[in-house]
Design a protein around this ligand. Sequence first.
Ligand code: AR6
Length: 208
Amino acid sequence: MPTLSRPAYGESSKRTAVERTIRNTIISLVKGDITHEQTDAIVNAANARLAGGGGVDGAIHRAGGPEIMEACRKIGGCPTGSAVITAGGRLKARFVIHAVGPVYSDGRHGEDRLLSGAYAASLELALQHDLHSIAFPAISTGIYGYPIDKAARIALETVAGFLRARDGLTLVRFVLFSDSDLAVYRQTVQQIAGDREAQDRRTRGPGD
Ligand code: AR6
């Protein structure tokens, strides 16, 4: 008889809907507090000085304890559109990847490229440290003012593009803080899947 094993990535696995898989990687969307995640790394929405702050950054430093800030001070800073990694202190996740997204002004100041860069750099760091699972918040969509629908598309497309090209990750989880943000992400996953199908049909041409 099959036995039920404990979910591999902690409590939130119960809330996990597998939205899609890309090659060998599951992409899941959940609502919750990212500080509770048991993925190998959680991603922080940090600022370029790595100085701590409000939002998810404040929550991560509170839950993880002073070790994380000490490590951030040693690193000193991180350019917008990139990421750095520290140990996870008291968090269940062993690592925190501090990603710096852009402040949104009008969409004409390279915001998309910088936001995409923050996601890609985080994934790159996870692979460099041989990590297999990672949880992201919706970077830049709080204090930094990025419209959630635009940010969701960039987050999901960047991650999908990365996973099509690179092996090593088994789980990428997006942890959304509200029902409405979760709904936007779900809808965006559907839209991206629809866009790809339409593109495939065009590539195959009529009658294929
Ligand atoms: N778990 C998951 N998501 C969360 C949590 C949490 N515990 N808390 C907030 N969010 P924000 P930003 C969501 O403002 O826009 C800081 O001061 C939140 O609802 O944390 O990138 C930094 O030091 C939103 O959807 O980050 C920077 O100065 C998302 O996380 C600046 O804020 C990101 O919101 C970064 O601003």
